[in-house]
Every structure is written in structure tokens, then in C-alpha cells.
Design a protein around this ligand. Structure first.
Ligand SMILES: *Cc1c(COP(=O)(O)O)cnc(C)c1O
Length: 471
């Protein structure tokens, strides 16, 4: 492909993207293909000879697009959202055109300094303490692993990095029974062993019980274990439960334990000052993660990781072979030492484009709408005698099920709701997924897609009601 062809096809692709968004509501939201259906349409061997771009695009439309589930469809209410937006997409195009590898300040000063600036913006926009330093990680899973490793190294004066675990006691990590699976994965990878992830009971709102946490820490210490870190959730994945941060923080302070906060989805809601009651006690937190790539209209991936003790983070990861030495040295941020990967994409650019295009006010308005519509939706569920709310909905996710007035057998209700969810999704106009809460099959209605409007929420409720009459 030469430059003229690049220019021509580039314009065509912008048209493709604009048409995609124009028509997205007419696409079946969830791909219907069967396993193997796509790969069987792909040649077994790579082409020896150059192929025309038109043919590649034809195949893209014919083979690939039918195998795509449309996360940017306004009827998206599944899992959590993974949003994009027009400014974010455009910034990603620039990022890929420049193709800068942003491992150190010197390898693209603007990428480093813009990251520093937008992370300070995000910190201030979401009411985090000024003492926090931010860095973009790829995902919350990575950020939580980084937190576990930093806690481990700080606690051992950076000696496990040097000597391994030999001759050390056994560390314990704490999270609630509702915590995300990425916590367990981080505990495994950091070398603690998943048997030493102590899961703490939750209350009737699915939030960690602080008194149970303290009892576990005391009991583990008495048994010779070393309590190292607690991971508190602000917005669990199941029901968006909020662990009591202030009480957990006081416990961590008392026993000198690292406190990491997983606010992967809910963190964006902290744009609204009235939601910051959820992070009351944040000053006792050591590290915090939230994902602009979920709910802040920014393409995957962009996970915002904040730490109080920046030196501990850097000492955990720093490595300086001769070929990475630069004359600026440590007078600048070299983000390669703020996490696991050496090579880094220029991810700050899309955040800068998004924040400036919407403005903080525009972002707040969107989030506020999502919260309001979720509140409305929860009200409709609550006031319908055939439906039941299964958890509080403090954010924009509503957990509910169908519960006919004469239905009391839990097993039958679970089967019924499984079929009900399939019936809802059968329309292909909305997509919802489930979890289990207290053994109950729970349907989750997540409201937060960039293009979702109030009318979509009403339409979704109508579809849900119709589906309930069908089964
Ligand atoms: C989505 C989610 C994660 C995982 O996020 P990734 O960025 O995909 O790793 C972790 N914790 C919670 C609470 C989440 O909702």
C-alpha cells in the first residue's frame, strides 16, 4: 500500500465507521455464530502474494463483522460496558499513526508529560487525594497485580525481588467473597498462593463486613501468618456493592496493612461529588484503580492506577540495563518502571481527547443520566408485583429477577430466570447477562453505554416485560 492508497482507504474507513454507528441499532447485538464458523472461513495458510485492500475489506465485512458482538450498541446492558466515543476513536487513530513506544520520557517526551497531566486531571476530577500519583495500566487486573507486588516488596524492604520467598513467613491477603476474580489471579501470580487469599463474609448488601475482616486478621496473626494487604471493592462486579472503606482503612492502619481499592467500574461515578461518600476514608488507601475504558467513553485499554507511595512502586519495578539509560535519568518519569511492561502504548492521548471534548461537565452529565435511569429502572422493577430486586442499586447496575406472585421454589425460580434471560436476549435489541447472589440466578441491567438514551431504557423495560409474558 502506498501513501495515495493509504489516503484513499483511510477516508473510506472513516465512512465505514460513521455508517457503522449510524446503523448500529439495526445489527443483532450479540453475534450468533457457532464455534468454528469464523475460522473455517479463513484460509489455512497465509497468502504468498499481495492482496488488494478492497478484497480484504470485503472479507472483513463478510467474515469478521458477523462474528462481532456489538459492545457499542445502545442496547448494551451486559457485563460492564467497555465504551468508546468519537474523540477516543480519533485519538486512537493518531496514536497508531505515530506508533510511538512510550517506555521512557526520552522515547516520546509528550507522551510521558501528557500522561502525567491527564492522570493528575483524573485524580482531581474524581476527588482522590493530591498525594496520589497516577499511571496508566492496561487493565485493572494488571493494576491489582502491581499493587500486590508493591505491597510485598515494601513490606520486605524489597528483598523478595532479590532473594525470593526463601525463609519467609506466609503472607495473607484479604478481600470479600464478592471480590473480582482478578484479585485471586494477582495473589497467585505474586506468589502468595490462592489458599492464602482470605475471603471475608459480606453483609446483606454484599459489602465486606469490617468486623469479620478484623477478626480474620487477628486470627491469622495468632496462627503465625503475616497479613499483608486488603483489597476493598467500590462496586463489585456482581451487584456493585461498596465495601465500607473508612472502617476497612482504619483496620489497615491499625495493623499496618496495605490497602488497595478496586473501583474498576464504579470509579467513574466519583466524577460526581455526591457519589464520593463511597470513597470516604480514601486518605488511608495505598493504591486505587479504576477503568476509564469501562464507563468513561475511552477505548479499551486505559486503566487508571493511583499510588500514594510512588517510590515504593518504582523501587519494586525499576530495572536499568545500559541500553535504557538516558541523560535525563530520574529527573523525569520513566513509566516503564511504574508497572510490568517495558513497552507502552501512548494511551494518554485518547483520555486527553475525551476529557476535552466532553469537558468535565459533559462527562458528569452523562454519568448522572446513567445513574438516574438506573434509579428509574430499579423503581419499575420494585413496583411490579412479578419482579424482584435482588440487591441495592447504588450505581447504574440493577440486579433483579422475575418472581411470579406464586413462585417460591428457588430451584424453579432459577430455571425460570435462566430461560427468561434467554428470552430477553433473543430479541437481539438488548443484551443482558447474569450473576448469582445468595444462590439466586440474578439478571443484571447495566446502564452506561455511550450511546444509550433514556428511550432505550424504556424500550428495554418493555422488551423485558414482553419476554416475561412469553415464558
Ligand atoms: C471489570 C472489573 C475488573 C477487571 O478489569 P480489567 O480491566 O478487565 O482487568 C476488576 N474488578 C472489578 C470490580 C471489575 O468490575
Amino acid at each position: 500500500m502506498n501513501l495515495d492508497e493509504f489516503r484513499k482507504h483511510g477516508h473510506e474507513l472513516i465512512e465505514w465507521m460513521a455508517n457503522y454507528f449510524e446503523n448500529i441499532e439495526s445489527l443483532p447485538i450479540k453475534s450468533k455464530v457457532q464455534p468454528g464458523e469464523i475460522i473455517n472461513q479463513l484460509p489455512e495458510f497465509a497468502p504468498d502474494h499481495a492482496e488488494d485492500f478492497e478484497i480484504i475489506m470485503d472479507d472483513f465485512n463478510r467474515v469478521i463483522v458477523p462474528g462481532i458482538t456489538h459492545w457499542q450498541h445502545p442496547g448494551w446492558h451486559a457485563y460492564f460496558t467497555a465504551n468508546n466515543s468519537y474523540p477516543s476513536i480519533l485519538a486512537e487513530m493518531l496514536t497508531s499513526a505515530m506508533g510511538a513506544q512510550c517506555m521512557s520520557w526520552a522515547t516520546s517526551p509528550a507522551a510521558t508529560e501528557l500522561e502525567e497531566r491527564v492522570m493528575d486531571w483524573l485524580r482531581d476530577m474524581t476527588g482522590l487525594p493530591k498525594s496520589f500519583h497516577g499511571v496508566i495500566q492496561d487493565t485493572a487486573s494488571t493494576a491489582t497485580l502491581v499493587a500486590m507486588l508493591t505491597a510485598r516488596e515494601k513490606h520486605t524492604n524489597y528483598q523478595i525481588n532479590n532473594n525470593g520467598f526463601y525463609g519467609r513467613g506466609v503472607f495473607r491477603i484479604y478481600c470479600s467473597t464478592e471480590a473480582h476474580s482478578s484479585i485471586e489471579r494477582a495473589v497467585k501470580i505474586a506468589g502468595f498462593g490462592s489458599d492464602h487469599l482470605h475471603k471475608i463474609d459480606v453483609d446483606e448488601n454484599f459489602a465486606m463486613k469490617p468486623e469479620a475482616l478484623e477478626a480474620a486478621i487477628v486470627s491469622d496473626s495468632e496462627h503465625g501468618f503475616l497479613p499483608l494487604a486488603v483489597v476493598a471493592a467500590i462496586g463489585t462486579t456482581g451487584s456493585t456493592a461498596v465495601d465500607p472503606l473508612e472502617e476497612i482503612g482504619n483496620i489497615c492502619k491499625k495493623y499496618k496493612i496495605w490497602l488497595h481499592v478496586d473501583a474498576a467500574w464504579a470509579g467513574t461515578a466519583m466524577l460526581l461529588p455526591e457519589m464520593r461518600y463511597m470513597i470516604k476514608g480514601i486518605e488511608n488507601v495505598d493504591s486505587y484503580v479504576f477503568n476509564p475504558h469501562k464507563w468513561m467513553f475511552t477505548n479499551f485499554d486505559a486503566s487508571a492506577y493511583f499510588v500514594k507511595d510512588k517510590e515504593a512502586l518504582i523501587r519494586t519495578f525499576e530495572i536499568l540495563p545500559e541500553y535504557l539509560k538516558t541523560k535525563e535519568g530520574t529527573s523525569v518519569n520513566n513509566y516503564r518502571d511504574w508497572g510490568i511492561q517495558l513497552g507502552r502504548r501512548f494511551r494518554a492521548l485518547k483520555l486527553w481527547f475525551v476529557i476535552r471534548t466532553y469537558g468535565v461537565d459533559g462527562l458528569k452529565e452523562k454519568i448522572n443520566n446513567h445513574l438516574r435511569w438506573a434509579h428509574d429502572f430499579a423503581g419499575w422493577v420494585e413496583n411490579d408485583p412479578d419482579f424482584e430486586l435482588l440487591a441495592p442499586a447504588p450505581l447504574a447496575t440493577v440486579c433483579f429477577r422475575l418472581k411470579p406472585q406464586n413462585g417460591n421454589n428457588e430451584r424453579i425460580l432459577n430455571d425460570l430466570n435462566k430461560r427468561f434471560l434467554e428470552e430477553i436476549n433473543y430479541t437481539q435489541k438488548v443484551f443482558l447477562t447474569h450473576t448469582t447472589l445468595n444462590g439466586k440466578f440474578t439478571i443484571r441491567m447495566v446502564i452506561g453505554q455511550t450511546r444509550t438514551e433514556k428511550s432505550h431504557i424504556r424500550e428495554a423495560w418493555m422488551l423485558i416485560k414482553e419476554a416475561s409474558q412469553k415464558i
